[in-house]
Design a protein around this ligand. Structure first.
Ligand SMILES: [Zn+2]
Ligand SMILES: [Zn+2]
Length: 149
């Protein structure tokens, strides 16, 4: 069990190094660590989540700068979940989330047909030539919280 975990971590590290090279970032331990966490931990992560996982080894300004550079290049997504925090997620496949408004539990949702219809709606815009991004999240109560409230 521990052997496969270690192997897994090594391959994620290699993946992170390749990713940095491929997208023109210089290789630093901090960047490798941040990317490794984004690749392993599927789901939106706040700066606090990241800081906890990194165990405060990296300066917060460095974390922010790198995350924003990744967002600008559209390599990761910045996600807004109505709690005033910025979340960041590496998405292999485009998706959105359902979020529990009580405990913050998040579940990915994939809406290809719905998105196609929405895109059709904005294509008729009079003033926009390019519409290439959107924000779409859903909120509710998870099964655990619905029993307690
Ligand atoms: Zn979407
Ligand atoms: Zn909940």
């Amino acid at each position: 069990m521990s052997g496969s975990k270690e192997e897994n971590f090594k391959s994620v590290r290699t993946q992170s190094i390749e990713f940095l090279k491929q997208h023109g970032f210089s290789k630093t331990e901090g960047r490798i660590l941040i990317l490794s966490i984004l690749f392993i931990n599927r789901g939106p992560l706040s700066i606090d989540d990241l800081k906890n996982k990194i165990l405060n080894k990296i300066n917060i300004v460095t974390i922010y700068r790198f995350l924003n550079a990744l967002v600008k290049k559209r390599l990761i997504k910045k996600i807004y979940l109505k709690d005033g925090r910025d979340y960041f997620e590496y998405q292999e496949n485009h998706h959105h989330h359902i979020v529990c408004r009580n405990c913050g539990e998040k579940e990915p949702v994939d809406l290809p047909i719905f998105e196609k219809i929405l895109k059709g709606g904005v294509l008729g815009s009079k003033n926009f030539e390019v519409v290439d991004d959107h924000i779409l999240e859903f909120f509710g109560l998870c099964k655990k919280c619905v029993c307690r409230i």
